[in-house]
Write a protein that binds this ligand. Structure first.
Ligand code: FE2
Length: 371
């Protein structure tokens, strides 16, 4: 059987309270009662009435205040409130409506009018509850879809970043078959960016963009790129073009990582003293990402094996970098590089060359053989 509709009646006068209770019960409603504002607030929560009949003059909090509080609570905002009072003046009526009352009845109560008002308000409440239900449903649906969209976007972004990483690797493949150079130098770039105070977002962009700094090597012939021994002036001029070719390959994108990659490709061989290429930019004319990439690339190239020369040891390369501070390199980045050198070594160890790894393995096995 359906539960009878419950009405909360709030009145500090026991006679009025009993009168309203009798009328409402005769009409088939269930009645909850409160004699103070505080009790009214409590019972509105616990009894969950369909309508509240509220007296204005209560011993503790006024009916106006109670009405305002009830209407401010999300779960009670659709419960209709009928102000039932002896105050029949225009000002009180307006105030009642202003604080959110849905109806205003002046005592003595007309039984028929009360019945009609209650019935109307119950219809309004049922409609409002229905709308609230739809709103909640829509909100839940929108949240679910938003979450799905965010997850899909994240996956897409990851796939995108992976593709650009692999593009960088493809470019390096001819002279760095294992791809470890870009693994190391992109991490060097990121921690250098962190050390000089760039934001997390910028560090992430630098990490993802730096593997593409030499993508322009795609356009350099094998005879020059893989030449064992020094390049002639003419060959070196062709080699320099990998900066411009790289920037052209990466140009025109709206994605911040690709925009940064374009700048890195173009400027990673510029020098602080203006003697670099392709444009001979000087000092702070060289974008920060280009300066960072230049140093990280130089260190890793020198400490890696090449077809035409063995790897230099760290100490030797550090000497060169120190000497080149303010000439080849930005002094600020050189300082940061020395400050984080233990971390640089960690990365170097984690992503060491396959050649270095196999040499180490041979050394280890020889050592074991000696024991
Ligand atoms: Fe390069």
């Amino acid at each position: 059987m359906e539960e009878p509709t419950k009405i909360l009646v709030v009145d500090d006068d026991p006679v009025n309270l009993m009168l309203l209770e009798t009328i409402l019960q005769q009409l088939g409603y269930q009645v909850a009662k409160a004699v103070t504002g505080t009790e009214a607030l409590e019972k509105a929560q616990t009894e969950k009435p369909s309508i509240i009949l509220l007296d204005i003059m209560l011993p503790d909090i006024s009916g106006f205040e109670v009405c305002k509080i009830l209407k401010s609570k999300k779960e009670l905002s659709t419960t209709p409130i009928v102000m039932v009072t002896a105050l029949g003046d225009r000002e009180s009526k307006l105030k009642g409506l202003e604080v959110g009352a849905d109806e205003y009845l002046v005592k003595p109560i007309d039984r028929v009018e009360l019945l009609l008002r209650v019935k109307n308000l119950l219809k309004v409440k049922a409609y409002n509850d229905y709308l609230e239900g739809i709103k909640d449903l829509l909100e839940r649906e929108v949240n679910k879809r938003t979450q799905e969209l965010q997850e899909a976007y994240k996956k897409l972004d990851n796939a995108y970043l992976e593709i650009i990483q692999r593009l960088g690797r493809a470019a390096e493949y001819r002279d760095d078959e294992t791809g470890e150079h870009i693994q190391r130098m992109s991490r060097y770039c990121q921690i250098l960016a962190r050390e000089i105070g760039l934001s997390l977002e910028e560090q992430k962009e630098i990490l993802y963009a730096s593997p593409m700094h030499d993508v322009g090597k795609i356009g350099i012939p094998d005879s020059i790129l893989l030449k064992q021994g020094p390049l002639t002036n003419e060959e070196f001029e062709i080699m320099k073009r990998h900066t411009i070719i790289g920037a052209e390959i990466l140009s025109g994108s709206q994605h911040p990582v690709l925009k940064m990659a374009e700048t890195m490709a173009l400027t990673h061989h510029e020098r602080w003293d203006g003697k670099g290429y392709p444009h001979g930019l000087q000092g702070e004319e060289i974008p920060m990402e280009g300066r960072i990439c230049g140093l990280a690339d130089f260190f890793d190239a020198c400490t890696s094996h090449r077809i035409y020369r063995p790897a230099m040891d760290n100490r030797e390369v550090l000497e060169v970098i120190k000497r080149e501070s303010g000439r080849h390199f930005d002094p600020l980045i050189v300082e940061a590089f020395f400050d984080i050198f233990p971390e640089i070594q960690e990365i170097q160890k984690t992503f060491q060359d396959s050649r270095a790894k196999s040499t180490l393995k041979i050394l280890e096995s020889l050592k074991k053989g000696d024991e």
